[in-house]
Design a protein around this ligand. Structure first.
Ligand code: DQA
Length: 143
């Protein structure tokens, strides 16, 4: 099947964006890593990024049925985007929330309180780009 990998706002600037926190890995590097992780599983990767909340909602609605799984880094949508939370609740496949940084170890208190966690299967935070690969391997174990 297909694993949809969704990335939220500002992740298009990975590599340039706060490298002391997110490192030098670019979103293109993460896409390549996802494709490599998926290869032995036989799943296809559909990799996307958006800075627009409504676009993320539409992608989730369109793919609420028929996917092997979803890996989502909601980025700062994690803290306020209730329409995305509601859309996630309609999704039938396993959903893994991924954060590159360990949001519980960040300076800002608000970063710890991702509202998406209530609607996903599980969460990986702080494993860098490898978190995406781990999420893909988990989804592949789910059939
Ligand atoms: C992030 C963590 C969020 O707090 C932040 O808003 C991001 C990236 C991460 O991958 O570590 O944009 O989701």
């Amino acid at each position: 099947g297909t694993i949809l990998v969704l990335n939220g706002p500002n992740l298009n600037l990975l590599g340039e964006r706060e490298p002391e926190i997110y490192g030098s890995t670019t979103l293109a590097d993460i896409e390549a890593l996802c494709r490599k992780a998926a290869e032995p599983t036989g799943h296809a990767i559909d990799f996307r990024q958006t800075n627009h909340e409504g676009e993320m909602v539409e992608w989730l609605q369109q793919h609420r049925k028929g996917l092997a799984g979803i890996v989502i880094n909601p980025a700062a949508f994690s803290y306020a985007a209730y329409p995305i939370l509601d859309a996630l609740k309609m999704v039938e496949c396993p959903v893994v929330e991924v954060h590159i940084s360990n949001v519980h170890r960040r300076e800002e208190e608000w970063r710890k309180n991702t509202i998406m966690t209530a609607a996903v299967t599980g969460i990986i935070s702080g494993l860098g780009a490898e978190g995406y690969a781990a999420a893909i391997r988990y989804i592949a174990t789910q059939g």
